[in-house]
Design a protein around this ligand. Sequence first.
Ligand code: ADP
Ligand code: MG
Length: 393
Amino acid sequence: MHNHDTYDATLAAFRRCYGRAPEVVAYAPGRVEVLGNHTDYNEGYVLSAAIDSGTFFAVARTDAPDCRLTAGDLMREVRFPVDRPEPRRDDGWANYCLGVLAGLRRHDAVRSGFDALFLGNIPLGSGLSSSAALEVSTGLALARLYEIEIDALSLARIGQRAEHLYAGVKCGLLDQISVLFGRQDMLVHTDFRTLDVRTVPLGREIALLICNTHVKHALVDGEYNRRRADCELAAAHFSRVLPHPVTALRDVTWTEWEQQRQGLDERAARRAAHIIGENERVLEGVHCLAARDLAGFGQLMFASHDSSRNYFENSTPELDHLVDAARGIPGVLGARLTGGGFGGSVAALTRLDAAAAAGQALAAAYAARFGDPCEVRTICPSDGARIVMPARQ
Ligand code: ADP
Ligand code: MG
């Protein structure tokens, strides 16, 4: 469903559920990581984009302190008092909204209750961050409803806290920042040490193909935590042997890794090589975009995938096969796994006029090896989260 249809469906469903129109509707898109893998928790750099599908959150105040919250896609409703947004075991989807409400309440008093309903068109759990879209659309809508002044970074943190405390996912800030700061035809360049966020033009003639393998390996959380621990071990090693301060792998250059890794556990050294290489590739990628060198940018994406495969070992045969196939498809500039890895999706950068044929070629290459075709979506970097109702004057 396209965004305008989803918006209309949100208004219709709200009216059906609550017998009136909403006062506020907010929209937040999903996101895709384009370059910079596992760098956010190493205080490094990421290039990402907000995508062109997302979630609409519609809300109106009530006179009572009670709230009703409906997941429009599931047609499930939960009720809770506005001053006690506690995590729930059933209806886990509600936790993202409850966590955000709890975060907003720390900023300001929220007294009256509300009726709310949300509806989205991002596939859930496919690595495009439907969870951040839900948190951010909830946060924007409720902040407007209760007239709470809040800047985008604070809202991003509230979303992250909701994931940590209410959904039990220890995510970084990448998802929420991408969702809030995305712009049409732009990539979001974030420095996760300073939280300085900029946008850099990608260009209108370029699209991303997201190829979802629907493969998710077991023990993903354990692998993720082990990667984090190895990165910390490596940072501690370099802080001992280098003459300058090192608080995270962000502070280590490739040359320093080459010259000073003796004494570091072999596996941790390879993990560090990925992070250090990724940080350098993001900065190089920003230069490529400034010079309109999209072929060069694409090569960095291929190099990023090789690094995941060889150093970080967070790829899979399915993802590797897609990236290998992408190298030979006309119009494809680069491809790499996107997000945490150990399954999930590949993002391929393509010229817009070649996107449809390239997508078919990727799906066919996948089917030739694994039987079923992978799911391919064409996305264009798009504007980030915003209030859509009331419309801006
Ligand atoms: P991802 O963020 O990659 O899509 P997550 O597992 O982090 O995957 O988040 C998916 C969860 O977010 C869903 O299982 C559901 O609980 C919740 N969610 C997000 N959007 C919606 C929606 N439109 N309707 C219902 N639940 C949603
Ligand atoms: Mg998520």
